[in-house]
Design a protein around this ligand. Structure first.
Ligand SMILES: NC(=O)C1=CN([C@@H]2O[C@H](COP(=O)(O)OP(=O)(O)OC[C@H]3O[C@@H](n4cnc5c(N)ncnc54)[C@H](O)[C@@H]3O)[C@@H](O)[C@H]2O)C=CC1
Ligand SMILES: O=C([O-])CC(=O)C(=O)O
Length: 341
């Protein structure tokens, strides 16, 4: 009797989450374990990186992950050692960061985060899989990603990304709510620039059920309500909830990596990626752009910046303002010696 060879089961993908004991980690890890990050047939192995202050919380979360009996979860390690955490890593989610403390100046914040993201970038450089994909969530996300990338000279800069998907999702949801349509009706929104209040949520290429969004909203609402509402949504959440966005941030991280690995199809999304000079954004900055991704195996694994969009004067001014802030942050971390001169 002929025997049918058994199909080789897919190898577990190693996903490292830093700041795993924090509030985003608590929401993110269960969604990864359930298959929402990579796909419902892709097993994962989790590595949780923490500092001593967060270690017990991460260990507690690991116990709960075990209690979830997730069929796709092939193991969890908790560590304080970045080298061990990133050894062989396929997907790195850099969530843990130093928040701004009382009396801390902007330069102090950048320096404190440099001490986190520099060594983590170096550990990724030393041990990660060749096709590693890195998403920086911890703020200031764009510049932290720049620091990590600079510390990883052997990893192509396209592999380091910063999260602006939460801003993109907010921009889609606010437009849908204003027009009383489902979010699925909205397409073509873009978030440009920095993940900060200077970001520019751009509706000039957006459509709603195929109609240009600019025909459906008035200019004053756009400039005076929509743009500031989206750009300052993080502060609004802190004010209302009493702490910063957590589940929505975790959800956006899932969306970012899911789309990066599985492809965006015809639609585009927004992500902080290294600039190639497109749209006048200085080369090397990690800035939010409209991006598409090909499914794993079909492209080179990099996000592609959508080309050829027209930028009107209103948009140009706002993109330039946010990019100027990114340039300032880059100069500040350069002055601190956190990236090469
Ligand atoms: N890009 C985005 O859209 C968003 C970014 N964020 C940022 O995400 C970060 C995390 O937010 P939460 O989870 O709410 O903060 P949290 O304070 O609840 O958790 C952060 C965790 O990171 C850990 N940590 C600190 N330094 C670390 C290091 N060197 N290595 C490993 N772990 C380290 C801490 O011990 C803590 O457990 C913050 O920087 C926040 O501002 C939050 C929301 C949206
Ligand atoms: O300010 C924060 O920590 C939270 C944040 O980035 C956001 O909600 O967009």
């Amino acid at each position: 009797m002929d025997t049918v060879p058994a199909a080789t089961p897919p190898q577990p993908v190693t996903v490292t989450v830093t700041g795993a004991g924090g509030q985003i980690g608590y929401s993110l890890l269960f969604r990864i374990a359930s298959g929402q990050l990579l796909g419902r047939d892709v097993p994962v192995r989790l590595r949780l990186l923490e500092i001593p202050a967060g270690r017990r919380a991460a260990e507690g979360t690991a116990l709960e992950l075990q209690d979830g009996a997730f069929p796709l979860l092939h193991g969890i390690d908790v560590t304080e050692d970045a080298t061990a955490a990133f050894d062989g890593v396929d997907i790195a989610l850099l969530v843990g960061a130093r928040p701004r403390g009382p009396g801390m100046e902007r330069a102090d914040l950048l320096e404190a985060n440099g001490a986190i993201f520099g060594p983590q970038g170096a550990a990724i450089n030393a041990g990660a899989a060749d096709d590693v994909r890195v998403l920086v969530v911890g703020n200031p996300a764009n510049t932290n990603a720049l620091i990590a990338s600079a510390a990883a000279p052997d990893v192509p800069p396209e592999r380091f990304t910063a999260m602006t998907r939460l801003d993109h999702n907010r921009a889609v949801a606010q437009l849908a709510a204003h027009l009383h349509v489902p979010v699925r009706s909205v397409d073509g929104v873009i978030v440009w620039g920095n993940h900060s209040a200077s970001q520019y949520p751009d509706l000039s290429h957006a459509t709603v059920d195929g109609r240009p969004a600019t025909e459906l909203v008035d200019e004053r609402w756009l400039a005076d309500e929509y743009i500031p509402r989206v750009a300052k949504r993080g502060a609004e959440i802190i004010e209302v909830r009493g702490s910063s966005s957590a589940a929505s941030a975790a959800s956006a991280a899932i969306d970012h990596v899911h789309d990066w690995v599985n492809g965006t199809g015809d639609r585009w999304t927004s992500a902080g990626v290294v600039s190639d000079g497109s749209y006048g954004v200085p080369e090397g900055l990690i800035s939010s752009f409209p991006v598409r991704s090909a499914p794993s195996g079909a492209g080179d694994g990099a996000w592609q910046i959508v080309q050829g969009l027209t930028i009107d004067a209103f948009s140009r001014e706002r993109i330039d303002r946010s990019v100027a802030e990114l340039v300032e942050e880059r100069e500040a971390v350069r002055a601190l010696g956190l990236i090469p001169a």
